[in-house]
Write a protein that binds this ligand. Sequence first.
Ligand SMILES: *Cc1c(COP(=O)(O)O)cnc(C)c1O
Length: 388
Amino acid sequence: MKPTFPIEEFRSLQTPFYYYDMELLESTLQKVSSLLSAHDDWHMHYAIKANSNPRLLRIISSMGMGADCVSGGEVEAAVEAGFQPQSIVFAGVGKADWEITTALHHNIGCFNVESEPELLIINELAGIQGKKAPVALRVNPDVGAHTHSNITTGLAENKFGISKEQLSDIMQKALSLPNIVFRGLHFHIGSQILDMADFMMLCNRINELSSTLLRQGLPVGDINVGGGLGVEYEHPDCFPYANFEGYFDTFKRHLHLPPGSHLHFELGRSLVAPCGSLITRVLYVKEGIHKRFAIVDGSMTELIRPALYQAFHRIQNISSSAPVTRYDVVGPVCESSDVFGKAVDLPQCHRGDFIALRTAGAYGETMSSQYNLRPLPKTYFSTDFKFV
Ligand SMILES: *Cc1c(COP(=O)(O)O)cnc(C)c1O
């Protein structure tokens, strides 16, 4: 079997950097494409915010997937990477005028609109360009996903979407505006969802809502169920793929797609998280009073998820097979939260050892910053190395 990391090749590289396993990315995309191919009316729009590395975007667009964007910059990156403009959808509670104008200019497939004032502005800006803007209304379905509170988006208390109570009025408004074409409804309940019951609840909410609206003479059109499928952060080598079968099967079994309507998905994390690792080197091993620190050259500026969400990433010493010792693995940034993991058992660490933070392909590189004037992380791809 091929080793997970080309350690010998890493030795000449400056750390920290992101390393992407392109074979894993491609097999993941193939798996998803083949599951989707059973349904002519199902479409995938990759959520670019999970990872917008141009090399990854090119591969994803070449698989024929669409893109889900949340900013004008992402719309431009999607077009640049070869995504068909008609397969680009654009969500976000606060789309600025220039972002709407940019998206109109590219003739994107759909604006996922999150409020009535936004709908009016899109109508106005589309009028200026002499265009009709395709629009889906993002509904806040008030479904709580069993995930971290910072990444649930489908509760009434969250800022996202339009409440069910206000929906039919805004739908009627959308149908009446001259520069708007109403396409359907959009939902997205959160991220890192592992319990398929959450998606089943979403299906039930959508079914109820579409029959209520239909009774009012308002057919819902296309349905976009967003993203949110979670990945196994604990055991990256045992579970390199998210539960795509279970996920798609849940929608197949529980969602009553109105005849003639299309079903859209916006997966981000589950497509790219497993293929990425942040590779860092041990700088110092410091003996504390009650603990031992492995101080590495990577930090929250390359991978902020542990500091921001107390997220777990599997940490591995990939260059040692020495007996195991317990460490707090910490970065050099001047913040107490710059900790990758506490009480982590690792083969005994020495200066220069490579430490891999696994399953870091989503919300890793895209969230990197230059805080402390640190350089942005470099990226390397498995297909650029010759494995020995
Ligand atoms: C972030 C986001 C997604 C992707 O979520 P994942 O959890 O990465 O699958 C999909 N749709 C919208 C609207 C989003 O904001």
